[in-house]
Ligand binder design. Sequence first.
Ligand code: NAD
Length: 349
Amino acid sequence: MESLLKKWDGEEVIIRFDNLTKAWIIIAIHNTRLGIGTGGTRMKPYQNLQEALQDAMKLAEGMSYKYAVSNFPRGGAKAVIALPDKFDSTERPDLLRRYGKLVCQLGGLFETGPDVGTSPDDMDIISETGDPYIFCRTPQKGGAGDSGPATALGVFSGMQAVCEQLFNSPSLEAKRVLVQGAGSVGNPLIQLLRDAGAEVLFSDIDEAAIAHLQAKKGLKHIHPDKIFDTPCDIFAPCALGGILNKNTIPRLKCLAVAGGANNQLSEPADAERLWGRQILYAPDFAINIGGAMAIIGIETMGWSRAEADKNVTSVRQTLKHIFAIATAEGINTDVAARRIARSRLFEDQ
Ligand code: NAD
């Protein structure tokens, strides 16, 4: 634990042991140079405190890069609530209220919303004690609602930058796009692509979602086993992380990868593998910020929905900038995006 903390280039970590449930609460603040530390609350069991701490620190760092590459005025942070093995779910609301109280005590050092294992309903409970530092509550409690459509709009705008780079035009008309995962992000993305005249293929594992898109929208479904072997212009991962790796990248038959899923690369070398195959990769942390941007903007910065939608389309400019630096310097797009983010996070201004 000590060496983990010493190696980390973040600002601070707050750790509290919740004696009543035996849960650990960890809030990691990575970099507040651009604004208040802001990130979701992940709630799940971990093997031990060290694993939970490592996850919180890594996720907080990821948030710093996500905001910085888009020049969004927020700092990177994340919370982890590490549940004990035998967690009694009836204790959940009170645990969330105690967590909210801790967030409130920090007095604006940290703001939070949902992540893996927490939902807008949980944010309603946390905000009972954590107000005004909790966002993404349910619409009934004043929250801005599902972030998926705004994330999809950002991804779509990013795809326009991809098309400009590849075809000298932002139009997606007649481009063949394969969307992996037709959920909260993939579904509205499919609609945006169809409205733009793209030829959309999709893959999912949920029978009901597959039947709906095939029957109601006439879309072609690709079996999950065939996803990496299907020819397309743009492959859009919108389901799982870690899908781009040394085994799958050689199989890809696309010109670009641009999708909403988090952590698409298994390891940093995968960006170089894509670059080596001349597949244009839109770094996930740059292209999938739309939902966070819209929700934070609407709930804490006074944006209207129309302003949020307009601001989310800035993803296109962000990606154009990344592609320009990658091309000019002969570096892969992931390295270029991280370089831009680091210059805003760490260099003297
Ligand atoms: P979701 O659970 O609503 O949708 C995921 C979809 O992928 C589901 O329909 C699921 O059946 C499908 N799926 C799962 N495994 C699959 C497989 N092997 N092949 C094909 N389809 C599969 O999730 P979501 O909110 O749409 O998020 C999707 C991804 O985008 C996640 O990686 C998430 O972390 C990331 N993301 C989401 C948001 C957001 O605003 N929701 C924001 C940023 C990043």
